[in-house]
Design a protein around this ligand. Structure first.
Ligand SMILES: [Zn+2]
Length: 327
Protein backbone atom coordinates (compact mmCIF):
# COMPACT_ATOMS: atom_id res chain seq x y z
CA UNK A 1 0.00 0.00 0.00
CA UNK A 2 1.46 3.34 -0.99
CA UNK A 3 1.92 5.95 1.77
CA UNK A 4 2.85 9.54 0.95
CA UNK A 5 3.74 12.57 3.07
CA UNK A 6 2.00 15.46 1.30
CA UNK A 7 1.76 19.10 2.39
CA UNK A 8 -1.90 18.38 3.25
CA UNK A 9 -0.83 15.45 5.45
CA UNK A 10 -0.38 11.70 5.41
CA UNK A 11 -1.99 10.33 2.25
CA UNK A 12 -2.96 6.87 1.02
CA UNK A 13 -3.16 7.54 -2.75
CA UNK A 14 -4.69 4.14 -3.60
CA UNK A 15 -7.72 5.11 -1.49
CA UNK A 16 -7.49 8.88 -1.95
CA UNK A 17 -7.69 9.08 1.83
CA UNK A 18 -5.89 11.43 4.24
CA UNK A 19 -5.00 10.56 7.83
CA UNK A 20 -4.96 13.58 10.21
CA UNK A 21 -4.76 16.17 7.38
CA UNK A 22 -3.22 19.62 7.89
CA UNK A 23 -5.47 21.30 5.31
CA UNK A 24 -9.02 20.80 4.11
CA UNK A 25 -9.26 17.69 1.89
CA UNK A 26 -12.14 15.60 0.51
CA UNK A 27 -12.11 12.75 3.01
CA UNK A 28 -10.06 11.90 6.05
CA UNK A 29 -9.79 9.88 9.21
CA UNK A 30 -8.94 11.77 12.42
CA UNK A 31 -7.01 9.66 14.93
CA UNK A 32 -7.75 11.87 17.96
CA UNK A 33 -8.58 15.40 19.09
CA UNK A 34 -5.13 16.90 19.85
CA UNK A 35 -4.32 20.03 17.86
CA UNK A 36 -1.29 18.46 16.15
CA UNK A 37 -3.49 15.70 14.68
CA UNK A 38 -6.97 17.22 14.43
CA UNK A 39 -5.60 20.16 12.45
CA UNK A 40 -8.14 20.67 9.70
CA UNK A 41 -11.49 19.35 8.65
CA UNK A 42 -12.33 17.38 5.54
CA UNK A 43 -15.50 17.21 3.47
CA UNK A 44 -16.12 13.87 5.18
CA UNK A 45 -14.43 13.05 8.49
CA UNK A 46 -14.37 9.52 9.89
CA UNK A 47 -13.52 9.27 13.61
CA UNK A 48 -14.66 7.75 16.89
CA UNK A 49 -17.75 9.37 18.49
CA UNK A 50 -15.51 10.88 21.19
CA UNK A 51 -13.14 12.43 18.65
CA UNK A 52 -16.12 13.71 16.64
CA UNK A 53 -17.38 15.52 19.77
CA UNK A 54 -13.93 17.02 20.46
CA UNK A 55 -13.33 18.00 16.80
CA UNK A 56 -16.74 19.70 16.71
CA UNK A 57 -15.70 21.81 19.73
CA UNK A 58 -12.24 22.64 18.40
CA UNK A 59 -12.63 22.74 14.60
CA UNK A 60 -16.35 23.21 13.94
CA UNK A 61 -18.89 21.37 11.84
CA UNK A 62 -18.60 19.22 8.74
CA UNK A 63 -19.93 15.87 7.57
CA UNK A 64 -18.79 13.63 10.43
CA UNK A 65 -19.16 9.85 10.27
CA UNK A 66 -18.66 8.34 13.75
CA UNK A 67 -17.41 4.75 14.07
CA UNK A 68 -17.21 2.83 17.35
CA UNK A 69 -13.98 0.98 18.16
CA UNK A 70 -13.75 -2.38 16.45
CA UNK A 71 -16.66 -1.87 14.02
CA UNK A 72 -15.31 -2.09 10.45
CA UNK A 73 -16.55 0.23 7.71
CA UNK A 74 -15.91 0.33 3.96
CA UNK A 75 -14.51 3.02 1.68
CA UNK A 76 -14.50 2.76 -2.12
CA UNK A 77 -11.16 3.53 -3.76
CA UNK A 78 -10.97 5.59 -6.98
CA UNK A 79 -10.18 2.30 -8.78
CA UNK A 80 -13.54 0.93 -7.65
CA UNK A 81 -12.06 -1.57 -5.21
CA UNK A 82 -13.28 -1.52 -1.61
CA UNK A 83 -11.10 -1.04 1.46
CA UNK A 84 -12.09 -2.10 4.95
CA UNK A 85 -11.17 0.25 7.81
CA UNK A 86 -11.38 -0.33 11.56
CA UNK A 87 -10.70 2.14 14.37
CA UNK A 88 -8.99 0.52 17.37
CA UNK A 89 -8.18 2.05 20.78
CA UNK A 90 -4.68 3.55 20.84
CA UNK A 91 -4.60 4.06 24.63
CA UNK A 92 -3.49 7.71 24.23
CA UNK A 93 -6.50 9.89 25.28
CA UNK A 94 -10.31 9.70 25.26
CA UNK A 95 -11.45 8.51 21.82
CA UNK A 96 -7.94 8.13 20.37
CA UNK A 97 -7.75 5.52 17.63
CA UNK A 98 -5.33 3.54 15.58
CA UNK A 99 -6.56 3.12 12.01
CA UNK A 100 -6.39 -0.35 10.45
CA UNK A 101 -6.72 -0.25 6.66
CA UNK A 102 -7.22 -3.51 4.77
CA UNK A 103 -7.02 -3.26 0.99
CA UNK A 104 -6.12 -5.87 -1.63
CA UNK A 105 -4.82 -8.40 0.90
CA UNK A 106 -2.56 -5.86 2.57
CA UNK A 107 -2.94 -4.48 6.09
CA UNK A 108 -1.70 -1.04 7.12
CA UNK A 109 -1.87 0.17 10.72
CA UNK A 110 -1.56 3.90 11.49
CA UNK A 111 -1.08 4.53 15.20
CA UNK A 112 -1.87 8.23 15.49
CA UNK A 113 -0.53 8.77 19.02
CA UNK A 114 -0.25 5.60 21.06
CA UNK A 115 0.77 4.21 24.43
CA UNK A 116 0.72 0.67 25.76
CA UNK A 117 0.74 1.43 29.50
CA UNK A 118 -2.63 1.83 31.20
CA UNK A 119 -4.62 4.95 31.83
CA UNK A 120 -7.63 5.58 34.09
CA UNK A 121 -9.49 7.72 31.56
CA UNK A 122 -9.21 5.94 28.21
CA UNK A 123 -9.51 2.47 26.72
CA UNK A 124 -6.33 0.37 26.63
CA UNK A 125 -4.53 0.04 23.27
CA UNK A 126 -5.54 -2.85 21.02
CA UNK A 127 -2.68 -3.63 18.66
CA UNK A 128 -3.58 -5.32 15.37
CA UNK A 129 -1.34 -7.39 13.11
CA UNK A 130 -0.23 -5.46 10.01
CA UNK A 131 2.10 -5.66 7.01
CA UNK A 132 2.88 -1.94 7.13
CA UNK A 133 3.03 0.11 10.34
CA UNK A 134 2.99 3.91 10.42
CA UNK A 135 3.91 4.85 13.98
CA UNK A 136 4.47 8.01 15.94
CA UNK A 137 7.97 8.43 17.41
CA UNK A 138 7.49 11.24 19.98
CA UNK A 139 9.80 9.50 22.45
CA UNK A 140 11.84 7.52 19.92
CA UNK A 141 15.18 7.79 21.73
CA UNK A 142 16.63 5.27 24.22
CA UNK A 143 16.82 8.00 26.92
CA UNK A 144 13.03 7.87 27.16
CA UNK A 145 12.15 4.95 29.42
CA UNK A 146 9.32 5.69 31.82
CA UNK A 147 9.04 4.30 35.37
CA UNK A 148 6.03 2.12 36.24
CA UNK A 149 2.67 3.95 36.14
CA UNK A 150 1.77 2.91 39.69
CA UNK A 151 4.90 4.69 41.03
CA UNK A 152 4.15 7.85 39.05
CA UNK A 153 0.53 7.93 40.24
CA UNK A 154 1.77 7.62 43.85
CA UNK A 155 4.15 10.55 43.27
CA UNK A 156 1.28 12.70 41.95
CA UNK A 157 -0.77 11.99 45.08
CA UNK A 158 2.25 12.52 47.40
CA UNK A 159 3.15 15.86 45.83
CA UNK A 160 -0.44 17.09 46.19
CA UNK A 161 -0.67 16.01 49.85
CA UNK A 162 2.75 17.42 50.77
CA UNK A 163 1.91 20.78 49.21
CA UNK A 164 -1.54 20.98 50.83
CA UNK A 165 -0.13 19.95 54.25
CA UNK A 166 2.40 22.78 54.09
CA UNK A 167 -0.17 25.41 53.08
CA UNK A 168 0.77 25.52 49.39
CA UNK A 169 -1.49 25.08 46.36
CA UNK A 170 -0.34 22.13 44.24
CA UNK A 171 -0.59 23.31 40.62
CA UNK A 172 -0.47 20.48 38.07
CA UNK A 173 0.35 21.25 34.44
CA UNK A 174 -1.49 18.92 32.05
CA UNK A 175 -3.17 19.25 28.66
CA UNK A 176 -6.94 19.65 28.65
CA UNK A 177 -7.37 16.53 26.53
CA UNK A 178 -5.65 13.58 28.16
CA UNK A 179 -3.31 14.49 30.99
CA UNK A 180 -5.56 17.02 32.76
CA UNK A 181 -8.54 14.66 33.15
CA UNK A 182 -6.16 11.81 34.03
CA UNK A 183 -4.49 13.80 36.85
CA UNK A 184 -7.96 14.86 38.08
CA UNK A 185 -9.02 11.22 38.22
CA UNK A 186 -5.85 10.09 40.05
CA UNK A 187 -6.29 12.83 42.69
CA UNK A 188 -10.05 12.29 43.07
CA UNK A 189 -9.51 8.55 43.51
CA UNK A 190 -7.23 9.52 46.44
CA UNK A 191 -9.97 11.84 47.82
CA UNK A 192 -8.00 15.01 47.08
CA UNK A 193 -10.33 17.84 45.97
CA UNK A 194 -9.49 19.25 42.53
CA UNK A 195 -10.20 22.58 40.88
CA UNK A 196 -9.90 22.83 37.09
CA UNK A 197 -8.87 25.59 34.71
CA UNK A 198 -11.78 26.36 32.34
CA UNK A 199 -10.25 24.53 29.35
CA UNK A 200 -9.64 21.40 31.45
CA UNK A 201 -13.11 21.66 33.02
CA UNK A 202 -14.80 21.83 29.59
CA UNK A 203 -12.91 18.73 28.48
CA UNK A 204 -13.70 16.85 31.69
CA UNK A 205 -17.37 17.52 30.92
CA UNK A 206 -16.87 15.88 27.49
CA UNK A 207 -15.28 12.89 29.25
CA UNK A 208 -18.26 12.71 31.64
CA UNK A 209 -20.70 12.85 28.71
CA UNK A 210 -19.06 9.61 27.50
CA UNK A 211 -19.30 8.02 30.94
CA UNK A 212 -15.64 8.55 31.91
CA UNK A 213 -15.18 10.06 35.39
CA UNK A 214 -18.10 9.80 37.74
CA UNK A 215 -17.37 12.69 40.07
CA UNK A 216 -18.09 16.35 39.58
CA UNK A 217 -14.98 18.54 39.54
CA UNK A 218 -14.99 22.20 40.49
CA UNK A 219 -14.22 24.86 37.88
CA UNK A 220 -11.61 27.46 38.87
CA UNK A 221 -12.90 30.41 40.86
CA UNK A 222 -10.60 33.24 41.76
CA UNK A 223 -9.83 33.43 45.48
CA UNK A 224 -11.40 30.05 46.26
CA UNK A 225 -8.49 27.73 45.44
CA UNK A 226 -7.30 27.13 49.04
CA UNK A 227 -7.42 23.44 49.93
CA UNK A 228 -7.65 22.29 46.30
CA UNK A 229 -5.19 20.83 43.84
CA UNK A 230 -5.36 23.03 40.74
CA UNK A 231 -5.01 21.58 37.22
CA UNK A 232 -4.14 23.93 34.35
CA UNK A 233 -2.85 23.45 30.76
CA UNK A 234 0.93 24.06 30.40
CA UNK A 235 0.17 27.17 28.32
CA UNK A 236 -1.55 28.76 31.36
CA UNK A 237 1.56 28.67 33.56
CA UNK A 238 2.37 32.34 32.91
CA UNK A 239 -1.26 33.44 33.19
CA UNK A 240 -2.15 36.06 35.86
CA UNK A 241 -4.42 33.43 37.40
CA UNK A 242 -1.30 31.56 38.56
CA UNK A 243 0.78 34.63 39.43
CA UNK A 244 -1.96 35.58 41.90
CA UNK A 245 -1.33 32.37 43.86
CA UNK A 246 1.66 33.14 46.08
CA UNK A 247 2.20 29.85 47.91
CA UNK A 248 2.28 27.18 45.21
CA UNK A 249 4.16 24.12 44.04
CA UNK A 250 4.14 23.71 40.26
CA UNK A 251 4.21 20.08 39.10
CA UNK A 252 4.64 19.32 35.38
CA UNK A 253 3.32 15.89 34.41
CA UNK A 254 4.85 14.94 31.05
CA UNK A 255 7.15 12.44 29.37
CA UNK A 256 9.55 15.35 28.79
CA UNK A 257 10.13 15.27 32.56
CA UNK A 258 13.01 12.88 31.86
CA UNK A 259 14.96 15.87 30.49
CA UNK A 260 16.38 18.27 33.11
CA UNK A 261 15.78 21.15 30.69
CA UNK A 262 12.07 20.68 31.37
CA UNK A 263 12.35 22.48 34.75
CA UNK A 264 12.93 25.69 32.79
CA UNK A 265 10.65 24.85 29.88
CA UNK A 266 7.68 24.29 32.20
CA UNK A 267 8.72 26.64 35.03
CA UNK A 268 8.16 23.67 37.32
CA UNK A 269 9.26 22.86 40.88
CA UNK A 270 8.64 19.15 40.30
CA UNK A 271 8.66 16.97 37.16
CA UNK A 272 6.75 13.66 36.96
CA UNK A 273 7.22 11.56 33.79
CA UNK A 274 3.68 10.21 33.42
CA UNK A 275 3.14 10.26 29.66
CA UNK A 276 0.32 9.63 27.18
CA UNK A 277 2.89 8.32 24.68
CA UNK A 278 4.81 5.09 24.26
CA UNK A 279 8.39 5.21 25.47
CA UNK A 280 11.36 3.67 23.64
CA UNK A 281 10.69 0.13 24.88
CA UNK A 282 6.96 0.37 24.19
CA UNK A 283 7.59 1.56 20.62
CA UNK A 284 9.69 -1.55 20.04
CA UNK A 285 7.04 -3.74 21.70
CA UNK A 286 4.41 -2.14 19.45
CA UNK A 287 6.39 -2.92 16.30
CA UNK A 288 6.94 -6.50 17.46
CA UNK A 289 3.24 -7.02 18.27
CA UNK A 290 2.10 -5.85 14.81
CA UNK A 291 4.56 -8.20 13.12
CA UNK A 292 5.09 -5.50 10.47
CA UNK A 293 8.26 -5.73 8.43
CA UNK A 294 7.83 -2.30 6.83
CA UNK A 295 7.71 0.53 9.37
CA UNK A 296 7.30 4.25 8.69
CA UNK A 297 7.97 6.63 11.59
CA UNK A 298 6.63 10.14 12.08
CA UNK A 299 6.17 12.81 14.80
CA UNK A 300 9.15 13.33 17.12
CA UNK A 301 12.35 11.29 16.94
CA UNK A 302 11.36 9.60 13.69
CA UNK A 303 14.91 9.28 12.28
CA UNK A 304 16.57 7.64 15.34
CA UNK A 305 13.68 5.19 15.73
CA UNK A 306 13.74 4.27 12.02
CA UNK A 307 17.52 3.84 12.22
CA UNK A 308 17.25 1.49 15.21
CA UNK A 309 14.48 -0.55 13.55
CA UNK A 310 16.50 -0.82 10.32
CA UNK A 311 19.44 -2.19 12.32
CA UNK A 312 17.06 -4.88 13.62
CA UNK A 313 16.15 -5.95 10.08
CA UNK A 314 13.01 -3.91 9.46
CA UNK A 315 12.40 -2.00 6.26
CA UNK A 316 12.08 1.26 8.22
CA UNK A 317 12.20 4.92 7.24
CA UNK A 318 11.10 8.30 8.58
CA UNK A 319 8.18 10.17 7.03
CA UNK A 320 8.50 13.93 7.17
CA UNK A 321 5.19 15.57 7.97
CA UNK A 322 4.55 19.13 9.03
CA UNK A 323 3.18 19.07 12.56
CA UNK A 324 2.85 21.00 15.79
CA UNK A 325 3.80 20.18 19.37
CA UNK A 326 0.79 19.19 21.42
CA UNK A 327 1.03 15.89 23.28
ZN1 LIG B 1 -1.92 13.32 20.85
Amino acid sequence: MRVEARPEGLHLPDLDLFLDPAARVTRAVLSHGHADHARALAGTVHATPETVAIARLRLGDTSYVPHAYGEPFELTAPSGTVARLTLLPSGHVLGSAMVLVEHRDERLLYTGDVKLHRSRTCAPAEVAAADVLVTEATFGLPVFRFPPVVDLEARIVDEARTALDSGEIPVFLGYALGKGPEIARILQDADIPVMLHGAVHRMVEVYRSFGVGDRDATAYERGKVDGYALIVPPSARTHPMLRAIRQKRVIAVTGWALLDASYDRYGADVLIPLSDHADWDELHELVARTGARRVLTTHGFAEPLAHALSAQGHDASALHLLHGDEE
